[in-house]
Design a protein around this ligand. Sequence first.
Ligand code: TYD
Length: 129
Amino acid sequence: MDFLPLGDRRGSLVALEGQRTVPFAIQRVYYLFGTKAGVSRGYHAHRRLQQVAVCVAGRCRMVLDDGVSRESVWLDSPTRGLMIRSMVWREMHDFTPDCVLLVLASAHYDEADYIRDYQQFRAKLASIE
Ligand code: TYD
């Protein structure tokens, strides 16, 4: 999703509003930063959580896998958000040292909502279908 950059000759600004710019009520905001060179993150899916990821500085590559197809997307713009629905496996790779990845989430942190094992993720998907 593309965000409308606001601002004026002094510089830019992006405003994100729950249930408007972002299609859910925002319950949590967190950001990944200081990722060490060569380190990949994520490797999990969420049972119910919906998220929007925005790379506000630097860049990284997000891999999304819904059990049918696997896509790889570069996140490198503060005006572009990536929607990550529930039951989508995500991996994050190739972080630049300056990367700050902002994540808006539809619920508070709940470890029970995570699926951290890929085979378990595929089995859960199969049980839903
Ligand atoms: P994790 O989701 O595994 O991070 P990554 O995206 O890098 O794979 O979370 C890393 C640690 O931070 C883990 O111990 C859980 C904790 N954590 C919270 O306490 N609250 C949060 O909102 C998040 C996202 C993680």
